[in-house]
Design a protein. Sequence first.
Length: 496
Amino acid sequence: MSALRLSRVRVGVQLALHVALAAHVVAYYAWDVTTIGSLDFQDFFHNLLGEGIVTAAVLFASTVYLLSFVWGRLFCSWGCHFAAVQDLAAWVLRRLGWSPPVVRTRLLHWVPCLLLVGLFLAPNIGRWIDSGWSFRGAGPDGPLGGAGPWERLPGWILSVVTFLVCGVAVLFALGTRGFCRFVCPYGAVFRITERVTPFRVRRLRGCATSCADSTTPPCTAACPTAIDVHAETAAHGAVRSIDCVRCHLCIEACPSQALAYSARTVASPATPANGSAPIENVSRAPAPTWSLGEELLVLAVALGTFVVCDGVFGGHFLVATMALGEGLLAVAVLRFLRGRAVSPAVAGTTRSRARRRLGWLAVALMSTTWLAIGHAAAFQVHRALGMAVFDDERERDEIEAGARVLELVTRDRDRLASAADHLERALWRFPSDLGLRRALCKIRVEMADERAVDEAREIVRRSGESRRALEELRAVYLRFGRFAEARWIEMTLAAD
């Protein structure tokens, strides 16, 4: 298969997979074909490792992980929707005359590993320590059902924003495949399997003279993950970098067809059969984009931003990408204050006026984001203070009819009133948090405060009149002796 066809086939496979995914979503919600539910990688960690439950998503993720021991990170370029969005965005930008920067780092490529441990492995380890692990078999909603296809996503608006930020905006700061290299925790798993996979991009013969003499050989220039393909294949006969996503763009760019995706290294003038040092001169590794101190600053700011904003502004991926962006903004502002280019990617900008504009833009963006981060921090503080008191109280799965009013001493009432105040302040900042609203409703029930009715009604409104919310509202009506309204809720539930 020619290199040109490889590129076309990869795009064709991506399109076919996305058409199949769209058909699956339509069949699930429109035609009630629910045997196979979500195909999200999260199920592997949450369902299988966390609860011992097998779903279609668990089988899908397990298959991809096992195949990566043989084929490497092939899925990252041929099957991942985030990769497809990034590739499409990079193609559009190049058509517009702008190329994403080539980013090389010392530390930032470890961020996906930190996210993998912090978001998935550490919570499961804590769960195993607390309650152990047991295999339960198939999921509760059918042989392989599990969650619905859209259930793992944060709604249409946030999902679109996530794809735009993670798939498009990230290119401007972190280059092509920036999300794959610096955010994706699933890619961290592939980095482990990458170390043993036999199939790699390998050198089959010597390079063309023009490639050996050029500053940046075509294969290295084409790599979206900033791998020095020419140097690695000259030194080892194959690309050994854990960032290789098997896109085959380096194979396509090679003018002498010296590269191929293969499980065996063929002896060549560039790679002697005895494995000794290559005959070809290997260029020195390109310098990192940022200094070590700047990368440490990026990590520190990103970590603080992620801790404050995770669970507030959307899913983990969106928040992690935004947190890295905040860290990069901090470095840009620092460089501007020192009279340097805000980013090495624009270091060639010689006009001082253009540099100043970019610098002040970075300052304005960082100031704006600080307002949002401060808003999220205040929400986190009020939520933590309110829920701390709520969690200390007697746990209830739901507000039961005829619940006895607790005979609270003054101190307990003051604690509950303080908790309610903090929850109100948190909900003022993010009113859509139904978990906090339910906690506030329960606290007001315990205090015999009829404002619990208003909270229960608001939960019904915001949940789209779900059955659970209606049952909770009925229980609150009964608790405060509003029997006619409770009867109306009973009739509504019976009609459903």
